[in-house]
Design a protein around this ligand. Structure first.
Ligand code: NAD
Length: 289
């Protein structure tokens, strides 16, 4: 396939390289990055002209909307615009509508798996859009990832992503505050893990991403809380969850509280640049007041 890849940052560059390695013809574009091994065009529109699929991997919804304005008029009829960025549900739906009105296919296909998954080609894609557009891009998802779930119509991919990550943020906080409480109660962390990881408090954050150094799964906690999944990226996703909850009039008190805690951690404490599991040392230092 002829593929345009717009946004060649930490995630986009390795994803584009995996497509090239699989034999696809990729033309990239980025306003800043010029990664090695990827042919680039002078503008996003030039990269998109003649492409069967245009993939975007951009920082946020406002930038996605601006790039969509540039590439949609340049795309050939029947081509598919596939956005893999994490953006707000409203932007995802608006861009899909704009693409479909121009006779194009459109998918929102955010990922989980991080830079490691992008490099190894083991991302999970959560996809919203039509069956036809999904079928066109599925072979590319299979190269860049290990799993692609077609979640529903436009916006469903972003919806799935932020619901998942809202659970993740809330659960990480619960796991960390429980470890800090256990410490203060004089409970050994290993015993706490042995019980909870096999009891009803178990979770992905406890069992697979244990936030306590030297206990349970190997995780960023064992590497000085170097990310992994940075606290500021968790905050981005939590904010998107609350934006969507506002827009859909959904009551999400735990998501709201998790957003407030990660905001404080990233903006007022020392959370920026740390893994999101560094909530544990944060709680360790605090009392109730
Ligand atoms: P990044 O900042 O490394 O890359 C974004 C790239 O977009 C940059 O190279 C930037 O120069 C480029 N860009 C900005 N404006 C542009 C424009 N108008 N035209 C063309 N290029 C433009 O970010 P990233 O870590 O690669 O993340 C990309 C997306 O993936 C984000 O939405 C992020 O939330 C999501 N995501 C990231 C991770 C992760 O672990 N990094 C995990 C899952 C999802």
């Amino acid at each position: 396939m002829n593929i345009a890849f717009i946004g060649l940052g930490n995630m986009g560059a390795p994803m584009a390289r995996n497509l090239i390695a699989a034999g696809h013809s990729v033309t990239g574009f980025d306003t800043m990055a010029a990664p090695e091994g990827i042919t680039t065009a002078a503008t996003a529109a030039e990269a998109a002209a003649g492409a069967d699929v245009v993939i975007t991997m951009l920082p946020n919804g406002a930038i996605l909307r601006a790039v969509a304005d540039q590439v949609i008029p340049a795309m050939k009829p029947g081509a598919v615009l596939c956005d893999c960025s994490t953006v707000d549900v409203d932007s995802a739906k608006a861009v899909a509508q704009q693409a479909e009105a121009a006779g194009l296919g459109a998918l929102d296909a955010p990922v989980s798996g991080g830079v490691g998954g992008a490099t190894a080609g083991t991302l999970t894609f959560m996809v919203g859009g039509t069956d036809a557009a999904f079928a066109t891009v599925k072979p590319l998802f299979d190269i860049m990832g290990q799993k692609a779930v077609h979640c529903g119509a436009a916006g469903a991919g972003q919806s799935a992503k932020i619901c998942n990550n809202m659970i993740l943020g809330v659960t990480m906080i619960a796991t960390c505050e429980a470890f800090a409480l256990a410490d203060k109660l004089g409970l050994d962390r290993q015993k706490m893990f042995d019980v909870v990881s096999t009891s009803s408090g178990y979770s992905w954050t406890m069992n697979a991403y244990t936030p306590a150094p030297g206990i349970g799964a190997t995780s960023p906690a064992d590497n000085g809380y170097k990310p992994g999944f940075a606290a500021e990226l968790m905050l981005k996703d939590l904010r998107l969850s609350q934006q969507a909850a506002e827009s859909a009039d959904a009551d999400t008190p735990m998501g709201q509280l998790a957003t407030a805690l990660y905001t404080q951690f990233v903006e007022a404490e020392d959370g920026r640049g740390m893994d999101f599991s560094a909530m544990l040392p944060r709680f360790e230092k605090r009392g109730r007041g």
